[in-house]
Write a protein that binds this ligand. Structure first.
Ligand code: GDP
Length: 361
């Protein structure tokens, strides 16, 4: 995408992570969101990412069309960037100074099971990193008597359920409300919330059938756009990122998968990043992304080089001296070599906490 096009958009995509207890449906829900985006997107619209999936605003608007009365929001963000790997472990690598690279989280809870050990652990981590979240009360299709409807909208499906089923669902939602209260949060079913800055939204969904995905995406987009505008302002300037993974690719060498959360990364940029034996200074040889027009579920191994990339994005970087690069480390592009020492210092501080964190998980 050209610079002018990007800057016109002004706001970058919010970065979304998915957390929750094992088997509560994180992977299924992410797959459903990605699959829906592939079906609903315009040809050529979706940018390709490494380690993340982009859901463009046009898809969110199409899905949210029937909800216009409830969400009368004109979206200015270009879309949402979902980190592909759910759960604590990768989230621990998404650090940045004073918080997280993630702008918002989805806490997935099986509505029929309620909070479990890792649900509470997830909340603790989100609190520590100061990441706001909403709750996806998942597996509503398992509620006794639930009649699956052919819609992505929870409210539409809910309106077609029997009264006793509606009441049963609301009972389960209130179990979650009291479990969230025990963790210090006031919460409510999303359509009954008056002030989203004070109340955690609970969105009943099914990752299996897709019911509720419309409201989930509309809320993620609406909340981030309304309450995080300053954070999402597109910042020109050298890229800032975080390393998700270090991988050796046959015939190429060591590469790093990076989430760029601010600025612009260009081919031949000097980058400073953390390594096992201290900071590494190197030069970007190529920025790689999956080839376009692939089904997003296809393994993203077929890569193509691009000259530059804008936050927020997931890319693979090839550069010399990446053998000892450290997952979880920050990465800074440098436009002024006198700043290298400063970045090295920041990275050294950060890496000591990354190691500590990894060791304690
Ligand atoms: P994760 O460990 O949180 O990533 O959970 P998974 O996505 O692997 O899901 C665990 C199990 O729950 C799998 O057998 C899924 O098919 C099932 N599952 C996930 N979401 C739903 C849902 O919305 N409805 C139903 N009925 N089953 C679900």
């Amino acid at each position: 995408m050209k610079i002018t096009q990007q800057l016109q958009k002004k706001l970058r995509q919010p970065i979304v992570v998915v957390l929750g207890h094992v088997d509560h449906g994180k992977t299924t829900l992410l797959d459903k969101i990605r699959g829906t985006a592939v079906v609903k997107k315009e040809p050529g619209e979706m940018t390709q990412e490494v380690g993340a999936s982009f859901v463009p605003t046009s898809v969110i608007e199409k899905l949210a069309e029937p909800l216009k009365k409830i969400f009368p929001i004109k979206l200015e963000i270009p879309g949402l960037l979902f980190i592909d790997t759910p759960g604590h472990e990768l989230f621990s690598n998404l650090r940045k100074r004073g918080g997280s690279v993630a702008d918002i989280a989805i806490l997935v809870v099986d509505i029929t099971e309620g909070f479990q050990k890792q649900t509470i652990e997830s909340i603790e981590i989100l609190k520590n990193r100061k990441v706001p979240f909403l709750v996806a009360a998942n597996k509503i299709d398992k509620i006794p008597g639930w009649r699956v409807q052919n819609t992505y909208s929870f409210l539409e499906s809910f309106s077609k359920q029997r009264e006793d089923v509606k009441n049963y669902l609301d009972g389960l939602v209130y179990n979650l409300v009291s479990q969230l209260a025990e963790q210090g949060f006031s919460s409510e079913r999303f359509d009954r919330i008056k002030d989203f800055t004070k109340t955690v939204a609970i969105v009943p969904v099914s990752g299996k059938t897709g019911e509720g995905i419309a409201e989930l995406l509309a809320l993620l987009a609406g909340l981030t756009q309304n309450y995080m505008k300053n954070k999402l302002k597109f910042a020109e300037g050298p890229a800032k990122g975080v390393i998700l993974e270090v991988k050796e690719i046959q015939g190429l060498g060591h590469t790093i998968d990076v989430i760029i959360y601010e600025g612009v990364l260009k081919k031949n940029d000097i980058i400073v990043l953390g390594g096992i034996n201290g900071p590494i200074i190197t030069k970007v040889r190529s920025i790689l992304v999956p080839k376009p027009l692939q089904d997003i579920k296809v393994v993203k191994t077929d890569l193509t080089p691009i000259d530059e990339v804008y936050a927020a994005a997931g890319v693979k970087i090839y550069a010399p001296d990446l053998e000892n690069a450290l997952a979880g480390s920050p990465l800074f592009a440098v436009d002024d070599e006198s700043k290298i020492e400063e970045f090295k210092k920041i990275i050294q501080e950060e890496i000591s906490s990354v190691r500590y964190y990894n060791a304690s998980v």
